[in-house]
Design a protein around this ligand. Sequence first.
Ligand code: NAP
Length: 246
Amino acid sequence: MIDLNGKRALVTGGSRGIGAAIATALADAGADVAITYSGSADRAARVVKAIEAKGRKAVAIRADSADPAAVKRSVDETVGALGGLDILVNNAAIVHYNLIADISAREIDEMFAVNVRGPILAAQAAIPHLKAGGRIISIGSAGADRIVGEPGSVYYMTKSALQSFNRGLARELGPRDITVNLVQPGSTNTEMNPADGEAADFQRSLSPLGRFGEPADVAAAVVFLASPAARHITGTILNVDGGQMT
Ligand code: NAP
């Protein structure tokens, strides 16, 4: 049984999908949790209510991951509301599906701002607060290792960037006994990639298990990496993809 009692976590993009499942699972393990969101105030409030119903502290912070000042503020507000920060989960991301031949500069910039610069700045703001045993866990994508649909190429590039970020930050923070890891989901049933979407059957065909993952599958990996049991795991990449990359 994983025990995160007394730990304080910040999950970016925690209002729905994988982020909401991570926030809830961390609370189930005993952590107090802050979440950020960009637009879904009502849904973020529902996640907070669900966590509070478990007897944990929770707070929702509207903070666009593309806005450096908002990212910094979200860490400061988390520390203020929860009394500190032990676990940062970089989950928020956006996707614009388009071929490299067609993608616009705006689409490229938006994805890199949220998916790459956001995690860097969130980590930068979190680092002064993290103590020995601290955790930074980012959510990449199995698509960083294998392009399974060309219109996703630039989105996958943003997720490949997290692999270097993960390795570099693991080296940077290792001497302080803070671990840094990357979880790469495969096809996971959310609004970003619904299990009944247009390309869903093709995605299922890539998995030996023949199915989509659920947000809780990714959350379980994050909770493990956040736990004391994972103290000797850092700089690693854990695919939660139903074998899609095998
Ligand atoms: P999702 O259903 O689209 O949810 C995205 C979450 O991120 C929402 O809470 C959203 O908040 C938040 N968000 C979006 N843009 C933001 C911004 N600019 N600032 C702050 N928060 C923002 O996505 P998901 O499928 O759960 O994906 C979660 C993570 O898993 C992402 O990193 C994604 O790349 C990765 N992933 C997903 C899959 C998959 O198949 N689903 C596969 C591989 C990797 P609002 O509700 O306010 O918009």
